[in-house]
Design a protein around this ligand. Structure first.
Ligand SMILES: [Mn+2]
Length: 324
């Protein structure tokens, strides 16, 4: 395993005719923006590009489009000659169906490539292009495309700017750096539609979403010594309000903008005594390390894990491990 350079990347993609781009399930603005940006660029230079995600594109990202989008491996054509894995560090994050598909391919040693900005990459591939200092995978795609002959068009620029704006929460997160701004400015020069992006990604949604978030926030527990805030949602929260898990996106991120909260945690029921935990901070502690205790992972500032057991035990375990 080695981290490849831009010129290696150029060699890897040269002479390819049919490319498949895969991103993580529950896709966010970076997964969709970087996948569609790369696919649309390839299409603009005459390479057939296909994008796979286990899940549908979230409604707020529906303004980004690409030609060949797949939710099932059954519709993916044969003779793919390059596989590009975007914005995830563990094959499991592509979903069970894609994982099975990829394991077959990787065994056949077909050409494959990971482009990602998460820490602790667990994907065993020869070609890795990973930089955990990049504020989004969209930044890494830009680094590559800006070195190719054909100019980035305005559609591609809009996709990549969406990646940057969503993964930095509009430059509010601590992953925002000089490159996030310089690349964004260049993308605007290339015709990225900032107004379209803002109009779509900051729409808050329907009244049911507000009612759901009200319920979630009413479960708030605050530990002032740990500067910790925890909220949770059981499945009934969603069924009672006729909402989906998408409607609770951004909960842990929202918590850390309050005084006296440095760690925001949101716990969502995914099955009987089974929970998904999302954690956020701005450089207060290393959450990737923290979530590793529970066999999870992610970034320093945004990480998660799954837990089987009672909610109370989970919360106790979070607090006692944070105290350590
Ligand atoms: Mn990302």
């Amino acid at each position: 395993m080695n981290n490849v350079t831009i010129s290696d990347l150029k060699k890897i993609i040269s002479n390819k005719k049919k490319i498949l781009i895969i991103s993580h399930y529950n896709p966010d603005g970076d997964a969709i923006g970087s996948s569609f940006g790369l696919a649309n660029y390839f299409e603009s230079i005459g390479i057939e590009a296909h994008v796979y995600n286990r899940d549908e594109v979230p409604v707020y990202l529906n303004f980004l489009v690409t030609k060949n989008f797949h939710n099932s491996v059954k519709t993916i054509p044969d003779n793919i000659d390059l596989y590009v894995l975007l914005d995830f560090n563990d094959l499991e994050r592509s979903g069970a169906e894609m994982m099975g598909y990829l394991q077959k391919i990787l065994n056949n040693k077909k050409s494959a490539l990971v482009i990602d900005h998460h820490e602790n990459n667990k994907i065993k591939l020869a070609n890795l292009f990973i930089d955990s200092k990049a504020s989004s995978t969209g930044i890494l795609i830009y680094r590559l495309l800006s070195q190719l002959k054909k100019k980035i068009n305005s559609d591609v620029a809009t996709c990549l700017l969406t990646s940057i704006i969503t993964d930095t929460s509009s430059f509010k997160n601590s992953n925002s750096n000089i490159e996030s701004f310089t690349v964004s400015s260049t993308l605007l020069d290339l015709g990225a539609d900032l107004e379209l992006i803002n109009k779509n990604i900051f729409r808050l949604g329907g009244i049911n979403k507000l009612i759901l978030r009200n319920k979630i926030h009413s479960t708030l527990r605050h530990d002032s010594d740990l500067k910790l805030a925890i909220c949770h949602a059981t499945s009934s929260f969603y069924s009672d309000t006729n909402t989906t898990k998408e409607d609770s996106e951004g909960i842990p991120n929202g918590l850390i903008f309050y005084d006296d909260i440095e760690i925001g945690i949101f716990i969502r029921e995914i099955g009987k005594d089974s929970w998904k935990v999302s954690t956020r901070t701005n450089n207060f502690i290393d959450l990737a390390k923290f979530c590793n205790i529970f066999d999870g992972g992610g970034h320093k500032n945004a990480a998660g894990f799954s837990y089987n057991g009672k909610l109370e035990n989970l919360i106790e375990s979070i607090i006692s491990n944070l105290k350590k």
